[in-house]
Ligand binder design. Structure first.
Ligand code: FES
Length: 118
């Protein structure tokens, strides 16, 4: 994965707790195999790879649906692992003690940008 900032959506797209999914691109702008998701919680921006540490597959089955019913934890749709939204730590499920892979996320002029961590 290369390290470059990539615009994934507008800040307004994250209103009302919405999650935005995207494919990570390489330096040429071509979409790669990896996908991610971004969201805003309590005024802070977060983004992670959409990859469950249990089996390395995408977390969600429904587009934009990542949270549990109580809207407290990110929940893997496959085997119901629960992750703390603010740090990606898995606190229950088959990958307990593991974590989601965070992406760097920032805002610039109303656009949300992400890049892979070092
Ligand atoms: S693939 Fe996510 S809990 Fe099994």
């Amino acid at each position: 994965m290369t390290r470059h900032w990539q615009t994934v959506c507008e800040h307004a797209d994250l209103a009302q707790g919405r999650f935005v999914e995207f494919s990570l691109t390489d330096d040429t702008g071509a979409e790669g195999e990896q996908s991610g998701f971004a969201f805003e919680r309590e005024g802070r921006l977060y983004a992670y790879l959409n990859r469950c540490p249990h089996l390395g597959i995408e977390l969600n089955w429904m587009p934009g649906r990542f949270m549990d019913l109580d809207n407290c934890f990110i929940q893997c749709a496959n085997h119901a692992a629960l992750f703390i939204p603010e740090n990606g730590q898995c606190i229950a499920g088959p990958c307990q003690g593991d974590a989601l892979t965070p992406l760097e996320v920032t805002e610039d002029g109303g656009a949300i940008l992400v890049r892979a961590p070092e």
